[in-house]
Design a protein around this ligand. Structure first.
Ligand code: NAP
Length: 340
């Protein structure tokens, strides 16, 4: 049985993908279309959307390429996080009047399965916060700095896109986690002032002024321990150079490349973000405590023939430079050695 408010809409406006963009999208890529509101089936609710989120990742969904989330389809409604009020319900768990978040944004009204909606407590915070600081935005900042690139007390932390949704929350969470110094990067004087005056950053760099590396070095003369990367490209390059040994980077986004029509040279580290890859540097010297364990195992494997090894041997000290240059150019198979 369907519970309703007195008057229900017959039609709803929705934005559809009109055409896929090449490079930066324009208004021509979107079409506003009016469509009938479907009847509710059992277990569904009709939601009047009051807020919707627009997020950088949606740019990727406008392209037709495989990713962690399917592309938008041309001629079909866009989607994304939204919040609204249930105005008709065929789901006992979600009565009329419930405020919910769900994924059918970009439209006035949405018919959704109740199982895909999450009720939110509007007495706890303003409803729209559930699409921002209390939504995936806030969780992204928190998870990045507690789970992915853990902030330790005393750390120097660098946050990119720091005046944006994730970044502005991340800067404040870094401080709460005990960071000694939090530096934010943003575009333009108004935003960098906001970082200092409103969001409590200790220093701010304006990447649009240029010399990002120099500005970051001035703000963090001893380097940085944690970097939250939302931008990729130049920001990531500069941050890697500024990292202290043992530093941690959370690859969260790469917005500087989202509108690129062609791939930049070098690895596409946005794929490392979306595939949740682990990239970790190593120096063997840090692993010397493993030596005993390894030698015991490897000697056994050599003895029983399950570990094979090869050597390329040059004879005579005079051959040492040739051997050395050879190892750089692939003249060796297995271990290159010089027998003296
Ligand atoms: P946002 O930061 O509120 O908005 C994007 C900001 O990016 C803009 O305000 C702009 O600020 C900055 N920007 C745009 N082009 C830039 C460029 N070429 N160089 C430097 N900065 C640039 O957006 P958000 O929702 O919080 O997302 C931030 C990042 O996190 C995005 O990369 C997004 O894809 C990513 N994200 C990832 C996850 C995840 O699960 N991995 C979840 C949420 C968000 P300026 O004016 O300062 O340039």
């Amino acid at each position: 049985m369907t519970e309703t408010t007195s008057t229900l809409p017959i039609t709803s406006r929705e934005f559809q993908l009109a055409a896929r963009p090449v490079g930066a999208p324009t208004a021509a890529n979107f079409a506003l279309v009016e469509r009938p509101v479907p009847e509710l089936s059992d277990g569904q609710v009709l939601v009047r959307n009051t807020w919707m989120s627009v997020d950088p990742y949606m740019r990727g969904r406008m392209d037709d390429r495989p990713s962690y989330i399917p592309p938008f389809r041309v001629g079909e409604a866009l989607e994304g996080s939204a919040l609204g009020e249930v105005i008709a319900s065929a789901a006992p768990d979600l009565p009329v009047g419930t405020t919910v978040t769900h994924f059918a944004g970009w439209r006035d009204y949405a018919v959704i399965d109740a199982a895909t909606a999450t009720p939110v407590d509007t007495s706890l915070a303003a409803p729209q916060h559930y699409l921002g600081v209390l939504g995936t935005t806030g969780l992204t900042a928190y998870a990045a700095l507690t789970n992915v690139a853990r902030v330790e007390p005393g750390d120097t932390v660098f946050i990119s896109a720091a005046a944006g949704a994730v970044g502005s929350v991340a800067g404040q969470i870094a401080e709460k986690l005990g960071a000694a110094r939090v530096i934010g990067s943003a575009g333009g004087a108004a935003k960098t002032e906001l970082l200092l005056d409103e969001f409590g950053f200790d220093a701010a760099v304006d990447y649009r002024k240029g010399d990002l590396a120099g500005q970051l070095a001035a703000a963090a003369p001893e380097g940085i321990d944690v970097y939250l990367d939302s931008v990729g490209g130049e920001h990531l390059r500069v941050a890697v150079e500024a990292m202290r040994p043992g530093g941690r980077i959370a690859l969260v986004g790469a917005i500087s490349g989202y509108n690129g029509a062609t791939a930049e040279p070098g690895p596409d580290l946005y794929l490392a973000a979306t595939k949740e890859l682990s990239l970790r540097g190593m120096l063997v010297t840090s692993h010397f405590p493993l030596f005993g364990e390894y030698i015991a195992k490897a000697a056994d494997w050599l003895a029983n023939g399950t570990l094979r090894t090869k050597e390329t041997v040059y004879t005579g000290l005079d051959q040492a430079p040739t051997a050395f240059l050879g190892v750089l150019s692939g003249a060796n198979t297995g271990k290159m050695l010089v027998r003296l």
